[in-house]
Every structure is written in C-alpha cells, then in structure tokens.
Design a binder for this molecule. Structure first.
Ligand code: IPD
Ligand code: CA
Ligand code: CA
Length: 264
C-alpha cells in the first residue's frame, strides 16, 4: 500500500472540503439538533461527510470509511484500512462563532493509526502526521513534548465539571482548576488535541468522545510523545464513545492519579 500517495490524496481532499465549508457561509445554513437541543448539526456537516465518503468509496473501494453523520460503512472491526472522519468537529462553533472548528480524519491499518489530520478550516492550518515520520503544524515539524508540572500547566477542561455533574467528582476537578496555571475550553475536541500536540495546551480531557473526535489527533499526538487513555487509564479503542484524557506524559499520570474520580 502506498501510504505517501494516500497522504497526498487525503490532504487534497481536506483542503477541498475546507474550501467548500468556507464558501458555505455565503449560503443559507440549515441548523437542526440531534440528541438534545444543544447537539447541533447542519446541512454542511452532512454534505461535507457525503463529499468525503463518496470520493473515498470511489477511489479506494476496498477501504472502510465512517463518520459522525452516518453516511459511511457500518464498521465493527478495524481490520484492513479504515478512514475515520468528523466532517466538522465543533459544530456549535461553526454555527455560533464561524471559527474554531475543524475537519478531523484518521486513517488506520489493522487498528494502527498511520495517518492523522486536523484542519482548522478558518485559519487554514493543517496539523498532520504519518506514523514514524513526525507530526507537523503546516510545514513545521513539531518537537517532542517535555514533562511539565501541574502548577505550570494550562488544562483544557469544561466549566460544567466544576459544578455537580453525573460523570466526575467535581470537588476533584475544582482542585485541578485551582492548582493548574490556567484553563481553556475551545469547543472542538480535535483542535484541543492539536493544541496539546503543539504545546499550546498541556492536557485536555472529556467525559465522552467518539472515534471521529480523536482518530486523527491520536496519530498526531503519538508522534510527539503524548499520553492518551480513557479516564480510567485504559487504552482507547476506536469503535465506541469513551472518556478521554490526553496530556504530556508525566502530567497525564499525575492528573489521573490526583484529580479524576469517575462516577460513570
Ligand atoms: C463535539 C466537540 C466538542 C466536544 C463534544 C464533541 P461535534 O463534536 O468536539 O468540543 O466537547 O464532545 O461531540 O459534535 O461538534 O462534532
Ligand atoms: Ca466531533
Ligand atoms: Ca461533527
């Protein structure tokens, strides 16, 4: 299999899709909700996913492809080549802010992440990696991440976890927020993972992410020595929703040990 050719193909597809999304702001965007009133989806999420899937199925008929909006294959195993796509990660930002959303794509071979992409559509910034070849922010090779103390760290957390919630002991998260240097919440899991990979954030966590939120980012993060697990410290699979923590190596362990008490 020619992974270099697939890499070039994926990058050009992503750039073309990004252009379509930017142009969509000149048209009427239809906004609907899915599981609840705040879980937004638009016609553009659907159109972009269909664009990717029809191209991939035409050009790589033996590959599996699935994405958030459900137009792809029903995937029950990662055997063979699997493309895992979020056409717009951060739809709430797409709708409300018209920025801070991304296309997220991971390409896995027999369950191993080989190629990963996170494209910040409005900034025209591509975070990308090929397994064993390093991770890049556009054309810039990203350095390996070094250890950092919690007191020097900026952590990506959601403000909803410092009030009583069903997933986490909020007292512990409050301690984390008080002890770290600062917190941020950008509203796109893929971009937040890219920010950890580039050192703009030192850790990012979530109580529920799907394979398409993390598939691209994990390939990028692993190239810079990131640690990523679920909030129980277990290895991540890519076939179901899971809790999630990604951070600089030692910080990852420290956060899991001292601040995470899961209730789910
Ligand atoms: C969501 C965003 C958000 C995260 C949610 C995701 P979507 O993805 O990444 O930041 O907190 O868990 O579902 O729905 O905008 O693709
Ligand atoms: Ca998403
Ligand atoms: Ca999405």
């Amino acid at each position: 299999m020619n992974l270099d050719a697939i890499d070039r193909y994926a990058k050009s597809l992503i750039k073309e899709a990004g252009h379509k999304i930017r142009v969509s702001f000149f048209s009427h965007i239809q906004i609907d909700s899915k599981s609840n009133a705040n879980d937004l989806v638009t016609n553009i999420d659907r159109e972009i996913e269909q664009f990717f899937i029809s191209r991939i199925q035409k050009d790589f008929p033996t590959h599996q492809v699935f994405g958030e909006e459900g137009f792809g294959d029903v995937v029950t195993s990662l055997d063979g080549v699997t493309w895992i796509l979020d056409p717009i990660d951060g739809t709430m930002n797409f709708v409300h802010q018209k920025r801070n959303f991304a296309i997220s794509l991971g390409i896995y071979v027999d369950g191993v992440g080989m190629l990963g992409y996170i494209y910040d559509v409005m900034q025209d910034d591509l975070y990308h990696a090929a397994k064993g070849k390093g991770a890049y922010y556009n054309d810039e090779l990203l350095p390996q991440l070094e250890a950092k103390l919690i007191t020097d760290a900026i952590i990506g957390v959601n403000a909803k976890w410092v009030v009583p919630n069903r997933a986490l002991n909020h007292h512990k998260i409050t301690e984390l927020v008080l002890e770290c240097r600062g917190t941020r919440s950008y509203g796109s899991a893929a971009l937040e993972i890219a920010y950890v990979a580039t050192g703009r954030l030192d850790a990012y966590m979530s109580t529920r992410l799907s394979p398409w939120d993390i598939a691209g980012g994990l390939v990028i993060g692993r190239e810079v020595g990131i640690s990523a697990t679920n909030l129980r410290g277990e290895e991540l699979g890519l076939l179901k929703q899971e809790t999630f923590l990604i951070a600089r190596p030692e910080l990852h362990e420290h956060i899991l040990k001292h601040y995470i008490e899961l209730k789910i």
